[in-house]
Design a protein around this ligand. Structure first.
Ligand code: DLL
Length: 431
């Protein structure tokens, strides 16, 4: 099996555009008629559904933001009666007001298609044994991967996250072929496999990892530790969980399910749509979603879209791995810093330091403090001071700002079974 839905995944670009226009027109009309917030905003902007005559008319529509989901919480953005909603998922955010997303039966089916496409792109089929070690519950990872694997007809092991030794025992005993979890948890599982000395009992072929930023170096580490091919998968609660976009065997960007979503790249400051190939904020419009459809949703994820032909035969556009978010960017002593830039430097010294690190930002005497704790590799017994000095130098040249680096003991940084907590910002710059 090469594709899950070849007629969709390999559609000509012309057919994709025709499909998108037809569904966009239908969706805008439906939303205008059923969601008061959109009707009001479109009326204010003087736009009627009939004004959407071509795909570029999308830019006339107002944006939707995370704040809108908070303001209209929990049901006011639904485009269907509540009785048609069969599932609620919620964001993993622990601060601020929750946001929720309602799914109809049809939405769950579409979502399952998205993740099933990912599994097939990672070599899966109905013979696969898929261990879902994303958290189950309100977070979309567990149930999203589960739905896709079932739709494919694979065998699902719904372990959820945690209980690491049992996860590994199941992997060995049941012959798991595909592992789905966060990249941080995959790293953690890789370490545990090594500790338990059972790598040769694994039948793993591929992993499907997402929900947080990770680097190419981290990919290499995971691939080596578990003996697999590691695929990146992207999604967000507001739009759909894992499977909004997914990586094929080429490992060169994630194919966005363009039959379900229209992507745009905008300048995050001006909101202007940027030309093809530009780096900017990803904006997604859901053109087939029924329950809580969103138009021009600002993801805050920064990336580039690549429309060039992919070697795998799929025609859907690829998004490059998000290079941070417009809102997780740290500003330290006036310099913009993305945690992924720091990770990239640390991973270059993989023989000495492990990719388990934590950034601690604080404020003393009105100046920002910037510390990075990174674990040494278990077998590194050399001098800490010279490693720290080297990393300080490399980080300064990468970031344009000095950080204090502390080589800390193995296992001293708390491991995550979900998303890693990479940044501790003690400055309280916001209320
Ligand atoms: O993280 C959904 C998901 C679950 C995706 C499992 C992939 C696998 P949220 O908790 O709403 O949803 O967080 C969404 O996480 O806007 C990105 O900033 C980030 N993110 C998700 N996937 C990736 C990825 C899920 N592959 C937010 N690379 C998004 C980098 C990612 N960042």
């Amino acid at each position: 099996m090469k594709y899950f839905q070849p007629e969709i995944e390999c559609m000509s670009r012309e057919d994709i555009r025709a499909h998108q226009l037809k569904h966009l027109q239908r969706q805008v009309k439906r939303i205008y008629e059923n969601v008061p917030m959109y009707r009001r905003r479109m009326d204010e902007a003087g736009i009627k559904p009939e004004d959407i005559k071509e795909l570029s008319d999308l830019a006339k529509l107002p944006f939707t933001s995370k704040q809108d989901l908070r303001d209209y919480y929990p049901y006011d953005l639904l485009a269907v009666p509540k009785k048609d909603i069969v599932r609620i998922q919620a964001s993993s955010g622990t601060t601020g007001k929750q946001i929720v997303s309602g799914y109809t039966r049809g939405d769950l089916d579409q979502w399952a298609n998205g993740f099933a496409r990912q599994l097939v792109a990672a070599g899966g089929d109905e013979n696969s044994i898929v261990q879902v070690s994303y958290g189950y519950g309100l977070f979309t990872g567990g149930l999203g991967a589960h739905g896709g694997a079932e739709k494919l007809g694979a065998m699902v092991i719904p372990t959820s996250s945690g209980n690491t030794e049992r996860q590994i025992r199941f992997m060995c005993d049941l012959g798991t072929t595909h592992l789905a979890c966060t990249p941080s948890y995959a790293m953690f599982l890789g370490e545990a496999v090594q500790r338990m000395g059972c790598r040769d009992q694994l039948k793993l072929k591929a992993g499907i990892f997402g929900a947080e930023p990770w680097t190419e170096e981290m990919r290499k580490n995971i691939e080596e530790a578990l003996g697999i091919k590691a695929h990146d998968v992207y999604g967000l609660t507001e739009i759909m969980g894992p499977g909004v976009s997914y990586e094929c065997g080429e490992q060169a960007g994630m194919h966005i399910c363009e039959d379900m979503f229209i992507p745009e790249i905008i300048d995050p400051d001006t909101g202007e749509v940027l030309p093809e190939g530009s780096f900017g904020e990803l904006v997604l419009s859901t053109i087939t979603k029924e329950g809580q459809p969103l138009l021009r949703y600002r993801t805050r994820d920064l990336c580039v879209l690549d429309y060039s032909q992919c070697g795998c035969g799929r025609t859907h556009v690829r998004m490059k791995k998000p290079a941070g978010r417009t809102d997780d960017m740290l500003i330290i002593r006036g310099v913009n810093v993305f945690p992924s830039q720091i990770e990239e430097v640390l991973l270059k010294y993989g023989e000495v330091v492990s990719p388990n690190y934590q950034i601690v930002v604080g404020r003393e005497n009105n100046t920002d403090t910037f510390d990075i704790n990174v674990e040494r590799q278990p077998d590194y017994t050399g001098d800490a001071a010279s490693v720290e000095a080297l990393l300080v130098k490399r980080l300064r040249s990468q970031l344009g700002i000095g950080a204090n680096v502390h080589l800390v003991d193995v296992d001293s940084i708390v491991r995550s079974e979900g998303k890693a907590k990479r940044v501790i910002d003690n400055r309280k710059l916001h209320d």
